[in-house]
Write a protein that binds this ligand. Structure first.
Ligand SMILES: Cc1ncc(COP(=O)(O)O)c(C=O)c1O
Length: 408
């Protein structure tokens, strides 16, 4: 039976028009055609929060959220070990302590028990990560946050239109952070957006993202102080410290166009994931990330664990590629085992006076602190779901089937 092939363009057709509008208007210090405003307003509305604040990437969004939440010297922030370095890096960049905890052995998202065990009087925030597109178990995380007065920042760089018990991922935490980097579902090459519904936190975030200009507002697109204020010689601009993380209007124009076709983009990711899923279900030694009842995985990628004791990971990759496969990724190192952390432990031990906020407070980042993920991580394969035609995904799935059959 012939299947209908669906193809979508790699870049949203509207992006060309929107970028043209920006270029035709030209760049002005305090005026624009309003692409940032449209992106901030429409993204926030679609992802269930009141405000959106466009950023230059999805690491900057985390830095801003932490700064806006008042996280600073010596505070502790709980993050999962299965994540991209951006998550713990943003914590360190605020001079706070990343407390890196284990994941659930089946969903691979942050373990609520592990969070509970690592709460201390210094804990200020939690960054649950929707890894590979799957939201973590957010209800108990929000309960812990409420009981302990913590701020929750959903790291949804990998999760566009994932759902958790009837709510869209990004609408649950105090903040949600998204990335528009090139591999992401909505992309403008590089970029990101922070969403938030709390008036005070959102305003603090706008300022934290924009050099702490004191008269900024959180109105969509309000990234500059009015000229009538700025032109005066006696005008004091900065009452707090901030990063400088705006997203250029041209990039906002592209991200807006992609946002407008986000259903089509996520459907395509889902199609690709389901094509792999059908294959994988035939092999009991290939175990996909578990999506619990009531969750929708946005499938930024399709992640599986190879549980074949006799077949090395690299042999599977080599075979897949030799048969025409497009390759797949292993998982990032467990975050706590990235050498930057052991190096930091060593630096603090060697010179505690230089790091008074870390001396005696930094965890030992070493093997054994996240046993679930340390055991699973070496066997993970993350299959790509960013194909723009269904037949390309079907072809990759067929090659995966041929690959797995060789080792059955
Ligand atoms: C889970 C996670 N957090 C944060 C980021 C950072 O996003 P960006 O690359 O836009 O800084 C990424 C991007 O790879 C990510 O996957």
């Amino acid at each position: 039976m012939n299947k209908t092939i669906k193809t979508i363009p790699r870049v949203a057709p509207a992006a060309y028009r929107y970028v043209q509008e920006v270029l035709d208007f030209g760049f002005h210090n305090a005026h624009s055609v309003g692409m940032t405003a449209r992106l901030e307003r429409d993204f926030a509305a679609r992802f269930g929060q009141k405000y959106g604040i466009a950023h230059c990437n999805g690491t900057a969004t985390l830095q801003t959220a932490l700064l806006a939440a008042g996280v600073g010297v010596g505070d502790e922030v709980i993050v999962p070990t299965f994540t991209v370095f951006s998550t713990p890096a943003a914590v360190l960049q605020c001079n706070a302590v990343p407390v890196i905890v284990d994941v659930d052995p089946d969903t691979w998202t942050i373990s609520v028990d592990a969070i509970r065990k690592h709460l201390t009087p210094r804990t200020r925030a939690i960054i649950p990560v929707s890894i590979c597109g799957l939201p973590p178990d957010l209800d108990p995380i929000m309960e812990l946050a409420q009981a302990n007065k913590l701020v929750v920042i959903e790291d949804n760089a990998q999760c566009v239109l994932g759902w958790y018990k009837g709510r869209v991922a990004g609408s649950i935490g105090h903040f949600a952070s998204f990335s528009f980097q090139a591999s992401k579902t909505i992309t403008c090459g590089d970029g990101g957006i922070l969403t938030c519904s709390d008036d005070t936190l959102a305003l603090a975030a706008r300022k934290a993202a924009t050099l702490g200009f004191k008269d900024l507002t959180v109105k969509p697109g309000a990234t500059v102080v009015p000229e009538s204020l700025r032109c005066r010689p006696d005008y004091q601009r900065h009452a707090s410290l901030g990063w400088n993380q705006r997203l250029p209007e041209v990039a906002c124009a592209v991200a807006l166009a992609e946002l407008e076709r986000v259903d089509e983009l996520t459907e395509m990711r889902r199609y690709c994931a389901m094509a792999f899923d059908q294959v994988v279900r035939e092999f009991d030694w290939v175990v996909p990330q578990r999506t619990p009842e009531g969750y929708v995985n946005a499938y930024w990628n399709y992640a599986v664990q190879f549980r074949h004791d006799d077949v090395p990971w690299s042999k599977l990759l080599d075979t897949f590629v030799s048969l025409g496969g497009d390759g797949f990724y292993g998982s990032y190192q467990p975050a706590h085992l990235e050498p930057v952390f052991a190096n930091l432990n060593r630096a603090v031990d060697a010179n505690p006076a230089r790091y008074p906020h870390f001396a005696g407070r930094l965890p030992r980042y070493c093997k054994g602190i996240c046993p679930n993920w340390e055991a699973i991580q070496p066997r993970i394969a993350m299959l790509k779901t960013n194909y723009f035609a269904t037949d390309a995904a079907d072809q990759q799935a067929e090659i995966l089937a041929q690959t797995l059959k060789r080792f059955a």
